[in-house]
Design a protein around this ligand. Structure first.
Ligand code: SIN
Length: 303
């Protein structure tokens, strides 16, 4: 009998498989398809202080082995998330959820975190300093070690739940940013968010996405994400959540060998809404195939 349990910041996950923010809504939409309690947990749609309509359309461009999105942090705002979305989620998820938090100022990150920290359902706060699709927020904080650390330190002062900071791959030295966030008090690092990319429509001779550029994700980014997780694992002591192009149980194991304590599945949820379920079901069989008795024993095993 294999064990898929892992510990994430003092809380046990039944397995390391989470759905990534922005690809799983507020969970109840997917609960119509399968029992979402079979997941480790998931990170809900990035939430800001005020409601946001998001970027102009088209916001999606298909690519070989992935996709580009430029959603622009569309969400109903923290008040409605707490009053309307979380109660709907409570009916179908009986474990803690990860709250993903976006912002345009340090104060906004703090205020949204403070409010979500008070919600019983929320187990972890994932601070998104890496959205590439908005101006003056998200990635503007995540590409500068001092700015990212400032957000983390300010949030930590006002919350009691573990703070996980979601990092951008669109930087020269992700290790320096991860270390600055750890020093500022981050309890974990999730990485990577999407890579800035674009497509051009040959007939129109114009960018496919209205915002011209967007975040590229999907199986093609897996080796890049794996490399970055490997590097960051060597530099920090806090847990790392590996994200980027994961589409099989083998990918989960590979990411854990690189140093991930847990993983998030993103783009593939949009291709196959059952992908997380399938990966969770495949994990024990795949562990047996590679002689793994306990997943928590293999974290960082490739170092
Ligand atoms: C978006 O809403 O534009 C995507 C979120 C993100 O990439 O962090």
């Amino acid at each position: 009998m294999v064990s898929t349990k892992v510990d994430l910041c003092g809380m046990t996950l039944d397995n390391p498989v989470m759905a990534a923010s922005g690809t799983f809504g507020y969970g109840y939409e997917f609960a119509e398809l399968f029992d979402i309690n079979m997941l480790g947990t998931f990170s809900f749609k990035g939430t800001t202080l005020e409601p946001r309509f998001g970027n102009p359309t088209p916001r999606i461009a298909e690519c070989r082995e992935g996709m580009i999105n430029s959603i622009g942090l569309q969400n109903p705002g923290v008040e409605r998330v707490i009053d309307e979305e979380l109660p709907k989620l409570a009916k179908c998820l009986h474990k803690k959820v990860m709250a993903n938090i976006g912002g345009f100022s340090v104060e906004e990150y703090v205020e949204v975190s403070r409010r979500l920290d008070k919600c019983d359902q929320v187990g972890w706060l994932e601070i998104n300093v890496s959205c590439p699709n908005v101006h003056g927020g998200g990635i503007a904080f995540g590409t500068d070690a001092d700015a990212a650390a400032q957000v983390v330190a300010a949030v930590k002062e006002h919350v009691s739940k573990p703070v996980i900071v979601k990092l951008s791959p669109n930087v020269t030295d992700i290790v320096a940013i991860a270390k600055a966030c750890e020093k500022a008090g981050a309890d974990g690092i999730s990485m990577i968010n999407t890579m800035l990319g674009m497509r051009i429509d040959l007939k129109k001779r114009k960018p496919v996405v209205a915002n011209k550029m967007g975040g590229f994700s999907g199986p093609a980014v897996f080796p890049v994400a794996l490399r970055m997780v490997y590097q960051v694992y060597e530099a920090v002591k806090v847990p790392v959540i590996g994200i980027g192009g994961i589409s099989t149980a083998e990918d989960v194991i590979e990411m854990m060998l690189a140093g991930a304590t847990a993983v998030q599945i993103g783009a593939m949820n949009l291709v196959d809404p059952y992908i997380c379920k399938e990966i969770v079901e495949q994990l024990p069989v795949t562990m047996e195939k590679y002689g793994i008795g306990s997943l928590s024993d293999i974290i960082g095993g490739a170092h």
